[in-house]
Write a protein that binds this ligand. Sequence first.
Ligand code: GDD
Ligand code: MN
Length: 378
Amino acid sequence: MSEPALADDMTASRARPQPAASGCELTVVAPTFNERANVARLVEKLDAALDGVGWELIVVDDDSPDGTAAAVKDIAAVDRRVRCLRRVGRRGLAGAVIEGALASASPFVAVIDADMQHDETLLPQMLNTLRGGDVDLVVGSRYLEAAGLEKGLSPIRKLGSQAATALARKALKAEVSDPVSGFFMIRRECVDRVAAKLQPSGFKILFDIIASQDQPLRVRELPYAFQAREAGESKMGGRVALEYLGLVLAKLSGDLISPRMVFFGLVGASGLVVHMVALWAVQAALPFAWAQGLAAVTAMTSNYVVNNLVTYRDRRLKGWRLLTGYLRFCLLCSVGLAANVAVGAELHAHGVAWPLAGLAGAACGAVWNYVSTYLGVW
Ligand code: GDD
Ligand code: MN
C-alpha cells in the first residue's frame, strides 16, 4: 500500500506551484570547447559572486577532446545547480549559446566565457538592472573603460575587435559600444522569440540577437576589464572572423542576402583574380582563345575548391562526391556563363550602354550560379 501513496505524493508535489523564491531566477550559459582546466574554478567563482541568487549553470560543451563534459558532469553529480549539455558532431560558439538559452526556464539568461576572461562579479549588478523591468539586455562592455582591453587581447586582435565593433554598430543602427561582447545578460523571452532566426556558427551571438529583433531591445551597458586567459587557448581565428563578416553584410542588406551568398560572391571575386593571373601566366605560350579557356577552367576549379572549403564548410563534399560535385559545378557554371553572355548581348543590342549590359549579364550569371549550385551541388 505504500507505493500508491508515494505515487500520489509525487503527483501532488509536481502539481503544486512552487514559490518563486525557490525557483531559478538566473541561468548562466557557458559555452565550452577544451576548457577542462577552467570549469571547476568557474563554478567556484559563480558561487561566490551569486550568493543569495537562485541560479543554475548550463555548460554547453561540443564534445571537447580534453574531456570538459566529463569534468562538468563530475561537478554536476554533487551540485544540482550545474548541468552539462554535451553536443556531439557539432561545433559553434553561437549555436551552443542558443541551445543553452533555450534549455533555460528562468526569466533571465546570462552568457559568460568559461575561461574567466569575463568579470563574473558584474553578474549581480546585471541582474539588478534587468529586475527593474525597463531594460531587456545588459552588455558587459570592454569599451566603456580605458583599461577594458588591456590584458586580454594581442594588438592585432585589439585592432580586429575594434574594426568588427565599428562595422557592427553601423549594421545595428544601435548605440551599443561592444556588440560583439561574449558577456551579457538578457530577458529570456528576447532570445526565445528570435531563436529561429539566429545563426548557429561563429562567435557573434550577441550581435545576431540584437539585429534579429523586430522591436529594438532596451540596452544598458556596464564596463568591465577583459582579463587574460587563466588556462587553455582561444578558439578565435580567421574562419570565425570571416563568418562574422558574412553575418554583418547579411544584416546590412536587411537579410536580403544570406551570409552564404556573401561568401559565394567573395569567392567569385577571388575567381576573377585567379583567372587574370592564370591568363597572364599562359597567354604568351598559347593562342589567346586557348589561354582564356584554360584561365576560365582554372578559376572555376579554384572557385569550386574554395566554396567547398568555406561557403559550404558545413556540407563539405569529400571523396568520390568531391569529383562528381566538381563536374556538376562546372556544368552549371557553364550554363551561368551562357546566360551571362546572352543577357549582356541582348541588352547591348537593345541600346543599353556596355557597362550596364555587362553588369546585368554578370549579375544574372552570378545569381544562376549561386542558386543552381546551391540546389545541385551542395
Ligand atoms: N560549445 C562551444 N563550441 N564553445 C566554444 C566554441 C565552440 O565551437 N568555440 C569557443 N567556445 C567557448 C570557449 O571554450 C570559451 O569558453 C568561449 O567560448 C569563448 O571562446 P574563446 O576562444 O576563449 O574566445 P576569445 O576569448 O578569443 O574571444 C572573446 O572575445 C570575443 C569578441 O572579440 C569571447 O568573449 C567571445 O565571446 C567574443 O565574441
Ligand atoms: Mn576567451
